[in-house]
Design a protein around this ligand. Structure first.
Ligand SMILES: [Zn+2]
Length: 262
């Protein structure tokens, strides 16, 4: 049984040694491939450098909505340059986050729209982030879908209605440990059986979103890539599938979306 973690956040440089140990531990447990996600240009460069040394990893390059107000005037050129690297497999994470509005919504929309254009130009899938901004996100995304190679709704936390909206656009859907949260994950848990088998991906979004159903409870509240197998087992159960079925299916989906690696 082999799992793919389609959302891993790179730690700061001084933690990279222990990060490699986390990937090794995950690998031992059957989590064999990782997608490192970038939230700005500098982080994308660091992710590429890391993946060049670790064949289990591929990366995304993009600007997170939180960082939208901080982009340089040349950020698209910098991302375009990065996108030529063979280990860069998607543009993102990008999108809109009105939950916290760390950047003004108009900056978020401008920076998102520019990255949608870039993804079309490069022929790479979009790696999407969205929180409390479904309608505006769809307004930018929908007209572009015909020209985009694919789009992935990373860390999907919505309900069945928003799942339907993304699936109408044929988006891939990422399930995280949010689904294991009995307080706020109920809508997602109800929506999970409705995710199309060819579009479901699994991700930890580590070090965030530690699954609340892990037993024994880990001492650290930081999530790790090895827990994607727990998220997978939890998700398989909700869908009435076996873990091995879901591991095989979701890893095949990851290869179709991001291309082959490792
Ligand atoms: Zn995210």
């Amino acid at each position: 049984m082999e799992w793919t973690d389609c959302g891993v956040n790179l730690p700061p440089d001084h933690q990279l040694a222990s990060f490699t140990q986390q990937l090794d531990a995950a690998y031992e447990q059957g989590v064999t491939r990782f997608v490192l996600i970038a939230s700005d240009v500098a982080e994308a460069r660091r992710a590429v450098a890391f993946a060049e040394q670790d064949s289990r990893c591929v990366v995304t390059a993009g600007v997170h909505p939180h960082q939208a107000a901080a982009v340089s005037s040349t950020f698209i050129n910098e991302l375009r340059e990065l996108a030529r690297h063979p280990l860069v497999r998607a543009i993102g994470e990008c999108g809109l986050d009105y939950n916290r509005n760390f950047s003004p919504p108009e900056d978020q929309r401008r920076v998102f729209a520019a990255q949608v254009e870039l993804a079309i130009e490069c022929g790479l899938p979009l790696y999407l982030h969205e929180r409390d901004a479904l309608q505006d996100q769809l307004a930018i995304l929908s007209p572009a879908m015909a020209e985009l190679s694919a789009a992935f709704t990373h860390c999907f936390t919505g309900d069945s209605a928003s799942l339907q909206a993304y699936q109408a656009l044929d988006c891939y859907i990422g399930v995280t440990g949010w689904v294991c949260d009995e307080r706020r994950g109920q809508d997602l848990a109800n929506a999970v059986p409705g995710i199309s088998a060819q579009r479901l991906l699994l991700e930890t979004d580590s070090p965030y979103l530690l699954p609340r159903t892990l037993r024994p409870k880990p001492k650290s509240r930081h999530n790790k890539p090895e827990y994607v197998s727990h998220i997978g087992e939890f998700t398989a159960n909700l869908r009435g599938e076996s873990p091995v079925q879901l591991a095989t299916l979701s890893s095949a989906n990851a290869s179709r979306l991001f291309g082959d690696w490792s």
